[in-house]
Design a protein. Structure first.
Lengths: 160, 739
């Protein structure tokens, strides 16, 4: 049994070492955040943070994340230091009523959280560039950009 | 008739590891309705079919329409809440399930509100009338003296007398017919309908708590994948298995091949093993060429043996052209485009000799049940189909290839099965938005009136027989039912304007020998608008008129005028003739367009930028106006317009299905790119709210207008009319070079 650290907890997995992390998270651990979209690292549905860096779990073997801290959508508030609450990006997505089908929002929220952790005051161009590898078929990009701007503002107001 | 799917089977459905009861009713179901235990559809004339009110004053609304991210599970409860004087948080929904919900037809053509809200309104009004009569008796006060707030019935002027809906009827049946005669509220008194209330499903979606179909599990299930050639061949040719080497997956634990005719799937206890098995299984397929290939597609459609229908013919088009001051003739070619749902389709099935349960994302559960009957050899009443949301599918799940595939796989395996498509299955075996060729000619008088119009359109039959079914059943294609595609129609082909002499001709191409085609959000309308509205625009140009002013001059219908003005005003349109000729490599342009789907009215303005040297088109801002009659939830509709404008940009600039003589070759997001953040335009949604008009569709009716606006903006920037989309850099460079 290999061990991986997911959302602050050490979890055991019986998966073969070359199994992509996604199938451990969504299958064995029953998490609903990371999800299958393409299996090719093209869309971002399956994104998680690995030591704070957005990573496509659909092509990352579970053996490659041993000893690293995996954060899923479910664990994002705790990772942000606000367990039990919503991450500001999640809150802003609700206020902006950004999602439609919402399937891509696992990746959208994860990627936006990664951005704001490193760049608290991104320009609109920086937001668009940072998010460019995440696809949304419903066409909700404009509201996601607004939500990220709203979250950045909320986070800086809180820090001030 | 009772099915075998009693409560024991319902308890098996699991979501994300947690046991859920099939449709979250628990013991609240009124016993005589026996919801879930009898094959539906339940009687739509009964109030109890639509509504149940619990002792806790919470109403449950049963809807045959499904949530696809468009907000149905917020807007329909809003209609019920309005009539019942409940707040939105007091109404929950149960979505499509053939043993539970009424048959409201499929969730397509943006009909959830248009068709669904009058039904919900009538049932809720009937319930309210009955509840007030009960309250009147209970409180000893005439109905006229009662008022209701949050389901509390109060007597005016006597604050001690009150009773809740829950106390009156909680857990019991109404046993009442929907007479259609219970008074409904006048729109002027609406408190809930017309408000942009937040969507009920959004918080769970951003928290990662939402249970999509992909999260559902059945006890004892196997994971399955289909094995098909990468990329479909011609509709009718199917896929022919020459040989299967089962030993090629013998090293994968528990993996097995499930084969029926040319239908092949693999199953394994672990999902990753099923994926590996699908990849490794050695199958030799017949690879003979069956398709015209992208190069010859349009000429083959024109040359094919078509069935020609004059759809509309009024006045005398030939005579109008003979006396015209200006005429335009224009032809355009429009590609196949993919639904490309973000989540590859997924379904669960438990098929047993005495009955079947199929859990899937079908937009039309009752129809799927009927289709499954001959495939599984079970009567309709022995098959239960439940809907669970997935990602948006934009019309794809009017068909349910994956639901059929899971059912066939479960029957073969003798076990419950969860079958999910891989990305290449989804992109490669889609029922694509159909290709189109259009010829249009338009004539105007010297005073700027359109006096003659003719549109000839070619598109092939849509596919009726689903892939899993055709592969498993092996019925000869010559025996398949034909299914006519959408036709050339006045909605977007000239009907926006008051034209005395107008002729529309539909050239119906047989469907076999082409790709599978069917509804893709606003099917064919983008193509119609790209063709027709460029010709109208060109006429304005030749007359030396501003394209907005020219359209205004030719519109007689205030609904069209409303959306045209709405979009133009939002964009701050100032009058000038198009294409004044700009120097430099980067040129900008603006365009305007009108169009719709089957109903409603759409208008749009586009502002774009073209880099001539690279051929790159950038849509900077899109303004989209819709008139859909009474808009129940303007927040939902603004979101829908936003999505339509962004998706239209994607479809006009980037999207085309690629294929050669052997099959489809655009099999993932690299082969079939869609719009990304960096190229996403700013958008301004505009709603023309008409509270006294019946609600119409709002999920796809502004796309045609937006497509036209982008094409016309391209002309404004460059002086060149594009005759084919998408406007890829390569195609744009070629067009600018020949101009």
């Amino acid at each position: 049994m290999a061990k991986i650290k997911v959302d602050g907890r050490v979890r055991e997995t019986s998966a073969a070492p070359d199994t992509p992390l996604l199938y451990v998270l969504a299958g064995e651990l029953g998490l609903k955040g990371p999800r299958f979209g393409c299996g090719l690292a093209q869309c971002g549905s399956c994104s998680v943070l690995v030591d704070g860096v957005e990573t496509r779990s659909c092509v990352t073997p579970v053996s490659a994340v041993a000893g690293k801290a995996i954060t899923t959508l479910e664990g994002l508030p705790a990772w942000h230091g606000t367990p039990g609450k919503l991450h500001p990006v999640q809150q802003a997505m609700i206020v902006e009523q950004a999602p439609q089908c919402g399937y891509c929002y696992n990746g959208m929220v994860i990627k936006a959280a990664e951005l704001l952790a490193k760049t608290p005051h991104p320009t609109e161009a920086e937001i668009r560039t940072h998010m460019n590898g995440h696809l949304c078929r419903c066409g909700t990009y404009p509201r996601i950009v607004k939500a990220i701007q709203r979250a950045a503002k909320a986070m800086s107001e809180k820090a001030a | 008739m009772s099915t075998s799917l009693g409560p024991d089977r319902r308890g098996l459905l699991k979501a994300g590891g947690a046991l859920i009861v099939g449709f979250s009713l628990g013991g609240a179901a009124p016993a005589p309705m026996r919801r879930g235990e009898i094959a539906g559809p339940p009687d739509a004339k009964q109030v109890d079919t639509w509504l149940a009110i619990g002792a806790d004053n919470i109403a449950t609304l049963y809807i045959g329409f499904v949530e696809l991210g468009q907000g149905t599970t917020t807007a329909l409860p809003q209609v019920a809440a309005e009539e019942l004087d409940l707040d939105l948080d007091q109404v929950r929904t149960v979505q499509a399930d053939t043993n539970v919900t009424p048959n409201q037809g499929g969730t397509y053509s943006s009909a959830s509100i248009a068709r669904g809200s009058p039904q919900v309104r009538a049932a809720a009004a009937e319930a309210r009338r009955a509840l007030l009569q009960m309250a009147s008796q209970h409180l000893g006060a005439p109905v006229e003296q009662l008022q209701v707030s949050r389901g509390n019935v109060l007597v005016k002027g006597d604050r001690h007398k009150r009773v809740t809906y829950g106390q009156l009827v909680g857990g019991k049946l109404f046993n009442l017919q929907v007479s259609g005669k219970a008074p409904v509220k006048p729109p002027s008194s609406y408190r809930t309908v017309g408000l942009p209330l937040p969507r009920k499903d959004v918080p769970a979606k951003v928290k990662g708590e939402y249970g999509y179909i992909q999260h559902q599990r059945l006890e004892g299930m196997l994971h399955a994948r289909v094995v098909r050639p990468r990329g479909q061949r011609a509709y009718g040719a199917g896929a022919k298995v020459l040989s299967v080497d089962e030993s090629s997956i013998s090293a994968i634990p528990g993996a097995r091949v499930l084969q029926r005719g040319d239908f092949i799937a693999v199953a394994a206890p672990l999902e990753w093993d099923a994926i590996r098995a699908a990849r490794q299984l050695k199958v030799v397929w017949d690879s003979a060429p069956t398709l015209p290939g992208a190069q010859r597609l349009y000429e083959q459609m024109r040359a094919d043996k078509t069935t020609d229908t004059v759809v509309t013919n009024r006045g005398d088009v030939a005579q109008a052209f003979a006396g015209a001051a200006q005429t335009v003739a224009f032809s355009a070619r429009c590609p196949y485009q993919a639904h490309a749902p973000f989540a590859p389709n997924c379904a669960l099935a438990d098929v047993r000799p005495d009955g079947a349960l199929v859990i899937c994302t079908s937009q039309d559960i009752y129809n799927l049940r009927h289709e499954l009957s001959p495939i599984l050899g079970l009567p309709d009443a022995k098959i239960r189909v439940q809907f669970v949301d997935a990602s948006g599918t934009y019309g794809h799940s009017c068909y349910d290839d994956v639901g059929q595939a899971a059912a066939i796989a479960s029957q073969l395996a003798g076990r419950p099965v969860r079958l999910q498509f891989m990305r290449w299955d989804e992109h490669g075996w889609d029922t694509y938005g159909p290709a189109h060729v259009g010829d249009v000619k338009v004539a105007a008088s010297a005073d700027g009136k359109i006096i003659g119009y003719q549109y000839d359109g070619w598109q092939h039959n849509w596919s009726q027989v689903e892939v899993a079914q055709q592969l498993a059943m092996g019925t000869a294609a010559t025996e398949w039912p034909t299914f006519p595609s959408q036709q050339v129609a006045t909605g977007t082909c000239g009907g926006q304007y008051a034209i005395a002499n107008l002729k529309l001709v539909n050239h119906h191409v047989p469907g076999q020998g082409y790709l599978r085609g069917a509804w893709l959000r606003s099917p064919l309308d983008l193509s119609f608008a790209f063709t027709s509205e460029q010709a109208v625009d060109q006429l304005a140009y030749q007359l030396g008129l501003d394209p907005y002013e020219f359209r205004r001059r030719n519109i007689a219908d205030e609904r069209w005028l409303g959306v045209l003005d709405g979009a133009a005003k939002a964009a701050g349109w100032t009058p000038r003739r198009a294409f004044q000729g700009q120097g430099g490599d980067v040129v900008s342009g603006r365009g305007i367009g009108l169009g719709t789907h089957l109903q409603s009215w759409g208008g749009a303005v586009a502002e774009i930028e073209v880099t001539k040297s690279t051929g790159k088109v950038r849509v900077k801002h899109l303004y989209g106006a819709i008139d859909a009659g009474l808009v129940v939830n303007p927040g939902n509709v603004e979101a829908q317009i936003t999505g339509q404008l962004v998706q239209t940009t994607s479809r006009m600039l980037l999207e085309e299905v690629k294929f050669d003589e052997h099959g489809v070759t655009s099999l993932d997001w690299n082969g079939y790119p869609i719009l990304r953040f960096e190229d996403c335009p700013d958008v301004t949604p505009v709603i023309v709210q008409r509270v006294n008009e019946p609600s119409q569709g709002a999920g796809e009716e502004v796309m045609a207008a937006a497509a036209a606006a982008i094409a016309n903006a391209f002309f404004d920037a460059t002086g060149v009319r594009m005759s084919e989309f998408p406007l890829t850099p390569e195609r744009v460079r070629a067009a600018l070079k020949t101009a």
